[in-house]
Design a protein around this ligand. Structure first.
Ligand code: SAM
Length: 291
């Protein structure tokens, strides 16, 4: 068995280092890119530990920023691929790692890419785990894009805005259950994995943060190909576009008429007078199968 405890070779970033690096690089954090940098060693160590990644994992990190989480990841896994959209940050990351963890610098690849669009053939190897402090404004689309496009990803641990964490991990019937909850559940088991306060970031964000872990189904309970996914996601979007309505009414556009929606709902074993917020992912998959 390999030892997956931190090597202790990386000098992690604290508040003073984060400010100094940002100044040196001429980085002014922007809201559009969700740039709030973590300056707390305990937080990044905790993220890596909750992610459950080990030496053999190839970690995809989205938005490495100044490298806070990247350094903690390199301390534990043998390969990190960091996808960053900001050219200044992407260009300086290898230097930061070479200075703060020289023995581990060869284990990092940086790709200057948009995580909403990145594809497997643009990365040097297939990643097995996603670990990221995601840019909050695009967290859900990035997460869903990566699970859809990178079948090699078996697990993800992401930090997102607390409300988004709640929504992703919500069970059917809960107030915040919605499109992100069902779509995340389509890929795997989703759970809330802790809370993170504002004080660990610079600049301090206006919202609290939360950790979410998704473990892809080892034995998929339904077909996962792109066409099946497209069909399921289409009916999920339709059901929640009018979440106050009964499914019979909400799905009339999707089915062509209310009568056809009712026929399909009954064929899928679903009461047409129910609302979408009560249906689990399996029910949406059955419904998509009646098309
Ligand atoms: N991981 C760093 C940390 O924890 O300190 C920074 C996290 S910060 C919340 C989000 C990072 O994602 C920033 O570095 C930002 O430039 C980057 N980013 C924003 N949009 C992106 C996108 N579409 N693709 C890749 N990176 C993106």
């Amino acid at each position: 068995m390999s030892d997956d405890s931190p090597r202790g070779q990386a000098a992690l970033l604290g508040p003073a280092e984060v400010r100094t690096l940002a100044e040196e690089f001429g980085v002014r954090p922007t809201k559009q890119l969700g740039q709030n940098f973590v300056h707390d060693a305990n937080t990044v160590r905790r993220i890596v530990s909750v992610a459950g990644v080990g030496r053999d994992d190839v970690v995809l990190e989205v938005g490495p920023g100044l490298g806070s989480l990247t350094l903690a990841l390199l301390d534990v896994v043998d390969r990190v691929i960091a996808v960053e959209i900001d050219p200044k940050l992407a260009a300086r990351l290898p230097e930061t790692v070479a200075q703060r963890a020289p023995e581990l610098a060869g284990n990092l690849d940086v790709a200057l890419r948009d995580a909403m669009k990145v594809r497997p053939d643009e990365l040097p190897v297939a990643p097995t785990a996603l670990v990221a402090n995601l840019p909050y404004n695009v967290a859900v689309p990035v997460l869903l894009h990566l699970f859809a496009e990178f079948p090699s990803l078996r697990t993800a641990l992401v930090m997102v805005q607390s409300e988004v964490a709640d929504r992703l991990a919500a069970p059917p019937g809960s107030k915040v259950y919605g499109v992100p909850s069902v779509k995340a559940c389509f890929f795997g088991e989703v759970r809330r994995a802790g809370a993170v306060g504002r004080a660990v970031f610079w600049p301090v964000p206006q919202v609290e943060s939360g950790l979410v872990r998704i473990d892809r189904y080892t034995e998929p309970p339904w077909p996962m190909d792109a066409e099946s996914r497209r069909r399921v996601f289409a009916v999920v979007d339709a059901a929640f576009a009018q979440r106050r309505k009964t499914l019979r009414a909400a799905l009339s556009g999707w089915a062509g008429s209310a009568a056809e929606a009712e026929r399909r709902l009954i064929a899928a074993g679903i009461d047409p007078s129910m609302r979408g917020e009560k249906l689990d992912a399996a029910a949406f998959v059955r419904l998509a199968g009646t098309e």
